[in-house]
Design a binder for this molecule. Structure first.
Ligand code: M6R
Length: 598
């Protein structure tokens, strides 16, 4: 959830600050750095965003060869200065991402040993424990390893020790960590992107491998470093971390979807969905969180309708706590953009412990979920930086759609003609996305009006119901307008009581087999004086009286590919409402890109 970085290089502050900028998507409640100067560790931290820290460091510059940095998403302890990382005890300073579950017991022990802990974080115990063991004349490595043996939970740590020797150590257990050796130094970080152009080869450590980085080299302690090195294309990362002509990463990522979907489609053709024997399956369970969960909800519709496979969908944070029944001929699919979501990872571990056949759909191939699953498919969205997930969703859908065609083919549930139609509709996706994006100014107008309300209801029917839910999630996440979504038929079972002049309803109304039913639902809403906004087919306007800024026209879209296209107006709506309200689109409050805590 937090971002950590460390560098050993001639001027370490520069890569550490630049890296923190690229890690801010992981959290931005506070930030801080520690650096060794004149044989002493100096620490600077701020509550709030990195720009504050940069400002302080611009006024009082610090630099040295060894530095660590942290950007925080608060879990244990409020987002205050005292809780900001790095946490220091004597000549030991630590940055931590993860959760130390037994920190209260450890704190108790440290208090008995006479240590004074200042913060209310779970992390502060770590430098104190290391310092304690150093005081017992253990070597630096022994002191860290002794500490690690006491920690319960998940962590990726950067440990800076300024002793007889200066060293930067890195170690992880269940949280992401990369190590890099460049021509000019050694680095560690939560992800490769943080290291930007300064890297060309990276190493992904295993759990509990203690790695020492110093001016001479990178070393695996207590074993020979038999590294599997990944070579990185620097220009690729440079393009990823730049917003280009866009005002936010979210906007850039929305507009990237035209190209991505065309490329992803051809890449996915190379992937082999034939590896799955769908004829042997009698059930698929799909487990995910947030936006990835709504992709699963769309997949359920496709698999059941076109391949006649029963699909159960589960929210990852609930899955392992309700004794799910896992049968022999069942495939359990875990969907995660980041591949690091703690709830999804824990659900995967649970499914594996029950001998389930597991498959992951991930965007980050080196992620924990990709590594832990029986096998995985990449969604080819490229790194997604905006906290609000956009392009990953459509790329997840693309994989599911292709899988579903393969399943339908193997199970011979639909005719060859229908199969060919499904495949040819898929080819229309980039063209239709482009068409919708060209009308973005119409959505800006609609969003301006909608953003004046504090609450919004979203309605959809059939295959676009999960899209309405995704629209509500996007809107609340980045604009802070309260939004909920319902299958339109559910309205009369309760939510209709909410309708009045102050409760606008956004209806997703493409032309499909349920249009007539949806028209009746819209009448019900108008009869209660609720303002209606429609994202729909042109034919809707013949029946419903709307102003220009209350309607966004959808092109004509084949039903099977509706989710790919209708989600675009939802993403634009959230983006433009957030912009109208001057929200920080890429860094919404209280959120972070990957939720690596339960
Ligand atoms: O990385 P994941 O796909 O596992 O993330 C799941 C959710 O945390 C994520 O989709 C979240 O809901 C997004 N911020 C939504 O835009």
């Amino acid at each position: 959830m937090c971002g950590i970085i460390g560098a050993v290089t001639e001027s370490a502050i520069k890569p550490v600050l630049a890296g923190l900028g690229r890690l801010e998507y992981r959290g931005y409640d506070s930030s801080g750095i520690s650096i060794v100067i004149n044989n002493e560790i100096k620490t600077r931290k701020v509550q709030g965003k990195l720009k504050k820290l940069k400002h302080i460091l611009a006024e009082q510059p610090l630099d040295g060869e060894y530095a660590i940095g942290h950007t925080r998403w608060a879990t244990h302890g409020k987002a205050t200065l005292i809780n900001a990382h790095p946490h220091q005890c004597g000549q030991v300073s630590v940055v931590h991402n993860g959760i130390i579950e037994n920190h209260l017991q450890l704190k108790q022990q440290l208090l008995q040993w006479g240590h004074i802990l200042k913060s209310s974080t779970d992390s502060e115990v770590i430098p104190h424990l290391i310092n304690h063991y150093l005081s017992l004349q253990m070597t630096q490595e022994e002191a860290i390893e002794r500490t690690i043996r006491q920690l319960k939970g998940s962590y990726a740590l950067g440990v800076l020790i300024n002793g007889v020797e200066k060293n930067l150590y890195a170690i992880k257990q269940g949280s992401p960590l990369v190590i890099s050796e460049g021509n000019d130094g050694a680095y560690m970080a939560s992800d490769a992107m943080a290291l930007g152009r300064d890297i060309n080869k990276i190493y992904y450590p295993k759990d509990n491998e203690l790695i020492k980085l110093n001016a001479d080299n990178v070393q695996l302690c207590n074993a020979s470093l038999n590294k599997k090195i990944h070579y990185v294309n620097n220009t690729y990362y440079e393009n990823i971390i730049s917003k280009g002509k866009y005002s936010s990463f979210m906007e850039k990522e929305i507009f990237e979807q035209v190209d991505l979907l065309s490329n992803a489609m051809s890449k996915q053709q190379a992937s082999s969905y034939t590896a799955i024997n769908f004829t042997k399956l009698n059930k698929i369970t799909i487990v995910a969180c947030g936006t990835s969960y709504y992709a699963a909800a769309v997949a359920k519709f496709w698999f059941e309708k076109y391949a006649n496979i029963s699909v159960a969908i589960d929210i990852a944070s609930e899955y392992r706590y309700r004794s799910p029944i896992i049968t022999d001929n069942e495939l359990t699919i875990f969907v995660s953009q980041s591949g690091e979501t703690a709830d999804t990872l824990a659900a995967l571990a649970y499914a594996k412990s029950k001998k389930a056949q597991t498959l992951a759909l991930v965007n980050v191939c080196n992620s924990s979920i990709a590594r832990e699953a029986g096998f995985f498919f990449e969604i080819f969205a490229g790194p997604e930086i905006g906290v609000a997930s956009t392009k990953a969703f459509t790329c997840q859908l693309a994989v599911f759609y292709k899988m579903c065609i393969e399943a339908a083919k193997q199970r011979a549930f639909i005719s060859h003609t229908e199969l060919r139609k499904l495949a040819s509709y898929f080819q229309l996706v980039p063209y239709l996305i482009k068409k919708v994006l060209k009308q973005s100014s119409d959505m800006k107008r609609l969003a301006k009006k909608l953003s004046t309300y504090s609450n919004v209801l979203f309605l959809g029917r059939g295959i676009v119901t999960p899209i309405a839910q995704e629209g509500a999630l996007k809107l609340k996440e980045i604009s802070y307008i309260h939004a909920e979504a319902y299958a339109a038929g559910e309205l009369k079972h309760g939510p209709i009581a909410l309708l009045d002049e102050q409760m606008p309803v956004v209806v997703l109304a493409p032309k499909d087999s349920l249009t007539d039913k949806l028209l009746s639902n819209i009448q019900e809403v108008q009869a209660r004086n609720a303002p209606v906004f429609i994202i729909g087919d042109a034919c809707i306007r013949e029946y419903i009286n709307l102003q220009e800024d209350e309607f966004f026209e959808l092109p004509s879209i084949p039903e099977s590919i509706l989710p790919f296209i209708t989600v675009l107006p939802m993403q634009l709506l959230a983006l433009y409402c957030a912009q109208a309200l001057e929200r920080n689109v890429d860094q919404p409050r209280n959120l972070a890109k990957s939720v690596t805590v339960e």
